[in-house]
Design a protein around this ligand. Structure first.
Ligand code: MN
Length: 232
């Protein structure tokens, strides 16, 4: 028995749709600017330059259906609707063809972003962590196993705020496809079962206010919802 100085936090995990099983989360990778129209709306020129990444702590996951406080330290909290890929096999320097076998399943995700802090960091040449990695910043729906839905190369992705459609696209519009992202990441990390990848957002990101209800869907994957509570 290890003698911890206080009880360790419980294992971060995501529900699996139609099952009592939980998917234990190891790391969370996020792809920046992976849809051309969103890259343009953020002021950059979309290209086939290699993908880039940032991370979120597993402690910052929030389950779909939650009500969470408006994030601390921001006046411009944004939603970003994303396809999340759950890794179920080790992967090191895999090809895109080999990467498909590493996919355990998919979920809907919200990459919540303190846009004012992110923009400030960009301008100052500082890391994005303050804008991206904060409490309840990684919202996730229950996972659907690839064994049930098959590999997802296309599918409508959309997000509404208070019932008003804000984002719509298709996962086939990604600059870097899911297998290409896995292959690329596997050149920099030993990917492991439990790793999650938020794969980027289509155009139409925007702010939310306390009291707003965010809902999103991805064809064949499911739905996600988040209610913004008051500021603390
Ligand atoms: Mn994002």
């Amino acid at each position: 028995m290890t003698d911890y100085v206080f009880p360790p936090a419980s294992q971060a995990a995501v529900a699996v749709r139609g099952s009592s099983h939980l998917f234990p989360v190891r790391r969370i990778f996020c792809v920046g600017r992976n849809y051309a129209a969103h890259a343009r709306e953020m002021g950059s020129d979309p290209s086939r330059e290699p993908p880039f990444y940032f991370n979120k702590a597993p402690a910052h996951l929030a389950a779909s259906g939650s009500t969470v406080a408006y994030a601390l330290g921001t006046h411009n909290l944004h939603y970003e609707m994303e396809l999340v890929v759950a890794i179920g096999q080790r992967a090191l320097r895999v090809t895109p063809e080999q990467a498909a076998a590493c996919v355990w399943g998919y979920a809907c995700g919200l990459d919540m972003t303190r846009r004012d802090l992110q923009n400030g960091a960009k301008q100052a040449g500082r890391p994005w962590d303050f804008g991206k990695d904060f409490e309840n910043a990684a919202v996730i729906s229950p996972l659907v196993p690839v064994s049930e839905v098959g590999l997802l190369g296309q599918g409508r992705i959309e997000l509404s705020v208070n019932g008003e459609l804000k984002q719509q696209g298709d996962v086939s519009d990604m600059i870097w496809s899911v297998p290409e992202v896995i292959a690329n990441l596997s050149a920099y990390y030993h990917l492991q079962p439990g790793d999650l990848i938020y794969t980027g957002t289509p155009e139409g990101v925007g702010p939310v206010q306390p009291g707003d209800v965010i809902t999103g869907q991805i064809e064949r994957v499911g739905e996600i919802a988040l209610t913004m509570g008051p500021s603390l």
